[in-house]
Write a protein that binds this ligand. Sequence first.
Ligand code: FES
Length: 108
Amino acid sequence: MSAWIDVGAPAELEFRPGATVVAAGRRIALFRVGDGYRALDNPCPHAGAALADGTLLDGKVACFLHCWEFDLETGACDVGPEWNVRVYPVRERDGRLEIEVEPEVAPD
Ligand code: FES
């Protein structure tokens, strides 16, 4: 069952261009896009660079290390679907940002 996790007020977060936050044990890159926010897994699936430190393009973030691109809406990777990252719903409530995250399933 998913839960909305408070990750702070926008003014508390450092967007460069993404802000790295932790929710339910996951490192998530949070981006300000237009008048809303987008959230996706922060570690790049290629070699682990922080997508929060990438370059924002039109609706995508390009990883700073090898320039793979990820769609901010879907997490789709331009290199192939096996490299897609998870995306997360974001909402603003009472001046704070919340990300909806499924809890990690502990391995047996
Ligand atoms: S580490 Fe992101 S593209 Fe290589």
